[in-house]
Design a protein around this ligand. Structure first.
Ligand code: URA
Length: 211
């Protein structure tokens, strides 16, 4: 497993505003969207491309284009939905699949309650969107789900991560060179309820309100 913590002043600036408890939902959604686009730029560094001829107004040359099949973007419901627009802005031709996962607040175990993904992901590059890498349970379950269906390469984009969650993901995909986590910051720790400290609170609630 590879970990990439994006060290950039704009990323840090937007993350600080996201953390602020007084940031309202509309502003939180806009900031999350902008932050994802910045993270996506780094996360797609290894996206698969092939040579492609192009004729400029001056001369023919060879550029690149995304290879087919196109990458799949997989937001984890519900909070990952708040990251989708920011991701597809950079990858507009990507397909989008959905995974509904919920963690039991007592056991902190993740279970899948919905999925809308092809059964066969052979040869596909997948980008999982999950704002908070907390215990790691949800992300390990999601990555396994995609690898089991043949995905060759899975990159998770998380706004924030806890050291405990990173270790869980690292242990699960120790031997897997094609699992990557990209995040804006690694925080101090998890609290007893499994919240990231200092974190930004419940990402789903802050994006969409408490329902
Ligand atoms: N999920 C969240 O939304 N926030 C946390 O701090 C941990 C998990």
């Amino acid at each position: 497993m590879r970990l990439s913590v994006i060290d950039h002043p704009l990323v840090a600036h937007k993350l600080t505003a996201l953390r602020d408890a007084s940031t309202d939902s509309p502003t939180f959604r806009r900031l999350a969207d902008e932050l994802v686009t910045l993270l996506a730029y780094e996360a797609t560094r290894d996206v698969s491309v092939e040579p492609h001829p192009v004729t400029t107004p001056v001369a023919p040359t060879t550029g690149v284009r995304l290879t087919s099949p196109k990458p799949i973007v997989v937001p984890i419901l519900r909070a990952g939905l708040g990251m989708l627009d920011g991701m597809v802005r950079l990858l507009p031709t990507a397909e989008v699949g959905f995974l509904g996962m919920i963690r039991d607040e007592t056991t902190l175990q993740a279970t899948t309650y919905a999925n809308r993904l092809p059964d066969d992901l052979s040869g596909r590059q997948c980008y999982v969107l999950d704002p908070m890498l907390a215990t790691g349970g949800t992300l390990v379950a999601a990555v396994n789900y995609l690898l089991d269906r043949g995905a060759v390469d899975v990159t998770a984009i998380c706004l924030l991560a806890a050291p405990e969650g990173i270790e869980v993901v690292r242990a699960a995909f120790d031997q897997h060179a094609h699992v990557t986590v990209v995040t804006a910051a690694v925080d101090e720790r998890l609290d007893e309820q499994g919240y990231i400290v200092p974190g930004l609170g419940d990402a789903g609630d802050r994006l969409y309100g408490v329902v």
